[in-house]
Design a protein around this ligand. Structure first.
Ligand SMILES: [Zn+2]
Length: 286
């Protein structure tokens, strides 16, 4: 069987925003962990350039404002800029969320000249109101859900999960889901984080993560033969030397396989839409 594998390398350039947002930290030490994202990004840009691979960078508005030169460079080198909120946090109300969302878009447009068409929610914390946010702004795709692994699908709106009754399925929308999974995300594996709620040990040996990441790729390639493989990485995590060497080994092993191509997530979403006509409206039946 002829293989048809799309690999999307995605980088969530959270930088300082994840520490002040998700983890509510203010210490200069915590902030400097995010600052290292700039160093990691420069290294990754060089590698992508050598491979001739275009990636997708989900950039919080906060990062665009903190590191405008680096973010402008990412866009200037032809990578896709995706939306990742302004503060890396979960807004309290739909109105707060809409404000945060538009503030992020404005920052990305100011710094890169691009208006994003793809979204990944900070810490994969999509809320029902987020889908409405994406609908109202005509987004092409989301990458925050886990309803499949290597097969994109159309997101539903209006699902209901009552505590005292059966699950109610919503309706499919034209919004493409490019599935996310924590197993193909570097942050939980590598970041050593203490919070009031517990400790994430992180600091995994790259060989362990290589086994997981390659294992999923191998299953897709050998058993399924077609699909989209999406890696989620953070420049501040993957950008450390021993991890970059693992990442390099992984990509170089994938690249030499027949029938494997590397694209942006936007290209993968457009491809899916071309081959799978979307529901015609946001209110049509699933
Ligand atoms: Zn993030």
């Amino acid at each position: 069987m002829k293989k048809n594998i799309t690999v999307c390398l995605s980088f969530d350039f959270d930088a300082i925003s994840v520490w002040v947002g998700t983890f509510h930290a203010r210490s200069p030490s915590a902030i400097s962990r995010g600052e290292f994202g700039r160093v990691g990004s420069e290294r990754l840009l060089k590698m992508l350039n050598e491979w001739g691979v275009k990636a997708t960078w989900f950039v919080p508005g906060h990062t665009a404002d903190a590191f405008p030169e680096t973010v402008a460079k990412i866009a200037a080198e032809g990578h896709e800029i995706g939306h990742h909120g302004y503060f890396h946090d979960r807004p309290k109300t739909p109105a707060d969320e809409a404000r945060d969302f538009d503030r992020a878009t404005a920052a990305l447009q100011r710094v890169t000249g691009q208006i994003p068409v793809g979204y990944r929610s900070p810490a994969a914390g999509l809320m029902p109101s987020t889908l409405e946010c994406l609908r109202a702004r005509g987004f092409l795709y989301d990458s925050s859900m886990m309803g499949d692994d290597f097969t994109p699908y159309y997101c539903r709106m209006g699902d209901q999960a009552p505590a005292d009754g059966p699950f109610v399925w919503g309706r499919a929308t034209p919004l493409v889901e490019l599935p996310f999974t924590w197993g193909l995300d570097d942050f939980p594996a590598f970041e050593h984080v203490w919070t009031r709620n517990g400790v994430n040990p992180g600091l995994a040996a790259p060989s362990r993560i290589y086994e997981i990441w390659w294992g999923d790729f191998e299953y897709l390639y050998e058993r399924l033969g077609a699909g989209v493989y999406i890696l989620t990485m953070h420049p501040q995590s993957i950008g450390r030397g021993h991890r970059l060497l693992m990442f390099e080994r992984l990509v170089e092993r994938m690249r030499v396989r027949a029938g494997v191509r590397f694209t942006t997530m936007r290209a993968a979403a457009e491809d899916f839409r071309r081959n799978n006509p979307p529901p015609t409206t946001w209110g049509s039946s699933a």
